[in-house]
Each structure stands twice: as C-alpha cells, then as structure tokens.
Design a protein around this ligand. Structure first.
Ligand SMILES: *[C@@H]1O[C@H](CO)[C@@H](O)[C@H](O)[C@H]1NC(C)=O
Length: 316
C-alpha cells in the first residue's frame, strides 16, 4: 500500500524528483527489521525451544489434505474441541482438523493433563507443547502451528488458522480454494490501519519499548485466516527477524512485511462484501451460506447452527 502510494506520488511529481523518491522507496525497510533476533529473544519464540508432549506426526503421512485447519485451544477447552469435531471440523473429507495446546497452569495440571492425553488417544487430533498456555503466549502457539504444518504436512495445499469459537463455512471455503493461488497467498479480514495501544490498561497494550512504530503493517485478523502451504515455512523463517509481541495476528503481519507478502481480502457479490466476518451475527442460514467465517459462538450455539446449516444450506 505504502509503496503503491509513493509510486503514484512519483508519477505525479514527475521525473525530476524520481531518483530521490525511488531511493526513499528502497529504504522502506529499516535495517533493524532484517537483522536477526538475539539468541535469547529468539529462544522464547522458537518452537525448537519446546518439547512435544502430544504430537500427531503421521497425520499427513498417507494423504495431502487440500486444507488443514489449525485450531489453537486452551488445554481445558474440551467442550470447544468437541463442538468443532462435530461441526465444521469433520464436515469434508479433504479437510484435516488439528488442535494446538500449551501447558495448563500449575493448579490445573495433574488432572487436566491426564484428561487431555485420554482425549488425544481417542481422537488423535491434539498437539501439545510444553510452554504455558496463556493469552500472552498465543504468538508462541501460532509459530508452533506454522512450524508443525511445514514440518509434518508439507504437501497440504492450504492451511487455516482458526479459533474454536468461529463458525466456518468449509463448503464455500473449499470451493473458493479451488481457484486460489497456491503460493505466496494469505487471505482473511485485512486490517490496514492498526495501531499499537499505548494505554497500559488495555488488553492489547504494547509499550514503545516493545514496538516502536506508530502503525502496524497490514495484517489479517486472528479469528480466522487462510494461507497457501508454502507460507507456513516462510512465516516461521521470517520470525527470526521479528521481535515477539503478544498480538499474534499483528505478529504474523510483521512476518509478512519481512517476506514482502501482502495479505488480501476475500470479497464477493455486488457490494464486495468481506467474506471473513469478524463480528458476531445472528444466525441466518442463507447469510451464513455466503460467508466463509462468522466470529464467536459458544460450543452449544455452534452445534445448533450447524445442524440447520449442514442439512439445509443447499436450499439457499
Ligand atoms: C510463556 O511461556 C513461557 C514458557 O512456558 C513461560 O515461561 C512464560 O511465563 C509464559 N508467558 C506468559 C506471559 O504467560
């Protein structure tokens, strides 16, 4: 966007100043961004630092799913996992759904870890690493998902990071993916004008010490975004140059800037509606049939909507 604007400016101002402005464009990336992190800073973030407590290394062994749904979920959220398994998580054969978890906090640990192991044995769809599962650590979890995907599912065409409380119209999604680029592609609800919150009381607080710029590069909202398979390894790679911030979706945007990959909107219809709906909408079968995701429902709501949706959406 910025480069494009500047380019227009170049044309407008005319050839005389072209050289000067061209130099400004090529200096766009501050040297700081492309110097690798210190070993210590990288360690906290890198999946290589952590151990797998649960893994599904063979999930893609004999198959190359068109789409892998990577769902971050807290270890104690078995109800959310159950709802996903009974709704969009198992609706299409070409789709593989996996849950990513960290360690439960100390109080929960002994009983919960046993239950999680049992659930994993039953469903073979839980991957767990030994970092503390907390809101602040979601960036670590996202990097863990990217690394896992590029290591164990390198031939899958697309990945999608999606929260467990999202309604996913996998039917429309698979249709659209047939026509989507298979390299260098990432799509979702794109935020172009994000800014760090400097109020220490905000849930999204980011100190100037952590993040100096006054704006964020374009990024896709974390509720749900879809990317071509190659992007997982590339984002993992780029994370060596990007300091950890606790906003996982902005963090991915910072990695995209390193890679010079622009996230794109998915739109359709006469009014070019954004297909990744990050607000919560009241369920309406035919509205939902035209969207890819709708954000934020409780497990019971998902189950109820899905029953109607899967049975009757064809009539829309
Ligand atoms: C993130 O995980 C690491 C590793 O388990 C832990 O030391 C740290 O306290 C966690 N951070 C937060 C803010 O939860």
């Amino acid at each position: 966007m910025r480069a494009a604007l500047r380019w227009k400016l170049v044309k407008f101002v005319g050839a005389g100043t072209l050289l000067v402005l061209a130099a400004a464009v090529s200096l766009r990336t501050p040297a700081e961004e492309l110097s690798p992190l210190s070993a210590e800073e990288h360690r906290l973030l890198s999946p290589l630092t952590y151990r797998y407590l649960l893994n599904q290394p063979d999930a893609c062994r004999d198959r190359s799913p068109l789409l892998v749904l990577l769902v971050p979920v807290a270890p104690q959220d078995s109800a959310a996992r159950g709802a996903v398994r009974r709704t969009w998580g198992s609706a299409e054969r070409d789709v593989l759904t996996l849950f990513f978890s960290g360690l439960p906090g100390a109080q929960l640990q002994p009983s919960l870890q046993g239950a999680l192991q049992e659930e994993s044995r039953l469903h073979a769809d839980i991957i767990q690493m030994d970092f503390l599962d907390s809101y602040q650590n979601l960036t670590i979890k996202t990097m863990m998902m990217m690394k896992w995907f590029s290591t164990f599912c390198p031939h899958a065409a697309f990945g999608m990071k999606v929260d467990a409380d999202v309604f996913v119209n996998v039917f429309l999604l698979l249709e659209r993916l047939q026509r989507s680029p298979r390299r260098g592609f990432i799509t979702g609800s794109v935020i172009y004008d994000g800014q760090p919150r400097r109020d220490p009381n905000s849930k999204w607080f980011l100190s100037e010490e952590r993040y100096r710029d006054h704006t964020f590069p374009p990024y896709v909202s974390g509720a749900g975004y879809v990317f071509s398979g190659d992007m997982a390894g590339r984002i993992s790679w780029a994370s060596r140059f990007v300091r950890m911030i606790p906003l996982e979706d902005v963090y991915v945007g910072l990695c995209l800037r390193v890679l010079d990959v622009r996230p794109v909107y998915s739109r359709s219809g006469m009014f070019l509606r954004n297909l990744f709906e990050i607000r919560t909408l009241k369920y309406d079968r035919c509205t939902f049939a035209r969207l890819l995701i709708v954000n934020r429902y409780r497990p019971a709501e998902l189950l109820q909507m899905w029953k109607d949706f899967s049975e009757s959406r064809a009539g829309c």
